[in-house]
Design a protein around this ligand. Sequence first.
Ligand code: 13P
Ligand code: SF4
Length: 307
Amino acid sequence: MIRDIQRRIIELKEEKDICILAHSYQAKEIVEVADITGDSYKLSVEAAKVKNRNILLCGVHFMAETAKMLSPDKHVFLANSLAGCPMAEQMEPEMIKAIKAEDPERKVVCYINTTAALKEVCDVCVTSSSAVKIVKNMDADKILFIPDCNLGSFVQKACPDKDIKLLQGGCPTHAKITKAELDEAKRLHPNALVLVHPECRPEVTQGADYAGSTSGIMDFAAKSDAKEFIIGTEISIAEHLQYRFPEKDFYVLSKELICPNMKITTLMDVYKSCEGIGNGGAFEIEMTDEQIAKAKVCIDEMIRLGG
Ligand code: 13P
Ligand code: SF4
């Protein structure tokens, strides 16, 4: 059954000139039909290079919006219209404008997990894999980092020369993980290396052997000679790694590490979206030229400073 649906998706991709971009948090059966899979940074860089007329994004809304900004001439669709990221909606543009008005020297760095409307009022965008490099490369000492205070605190530690102000925001999935859970996972698997995402709380990140983006975690596990790993990010990453490296053992740091927003997209959504492209049956990202031009400034800065 799964293979039949996958075969039909592959035919539809060909017939309708569709490129499927899937975030690495997507399920295995979706990753298998994707043309490009990766973390937020890879997806945004690759979105700009797509040659197909249509892009189908399997992930959350801000990722499809970013793809649209980078490929404005393409039709960009989100496989499940309800897939949003709660962190992306935590801060209002007006609030950031008010902070900027009080402290105009402070440059605003936003995580890519933000709406296009919020990106419009920010100076540069970052992803988890590029945040430290970009903040170091910025020609500014005073920074406001939004919305994730955990990623922000990770960047603060890596850039002690910069004055980085944080606000209270973050990923509900990663921030749920406690130091007690980390200690328990280490007790159960004393020989395992701990690899975590910097969206986790500082006490969890500091207790890990490695902290980095989705791709950073996957690359670390691929290159390491270690045989056991505790994975502190969305549960699908431990699963993908286990399929890729059956000779190694991957344990999830916590069974709570499931992002309901990423998991809402199913293979049937991908199939139905492919069916619906071209006849009004798929969820298309609509943005005006003005919205794209304003929000894209900080994405272009991300690519310039992080490249
Ligand atoms: P990265 O893809 O940048 O690692 O971020 C993980 C995430 O939470 C995506 O929403
Ligand atoms: Fe948003 Fe967190 Fe889910 Fe990523 S894992 S999409 S940051 S809620």
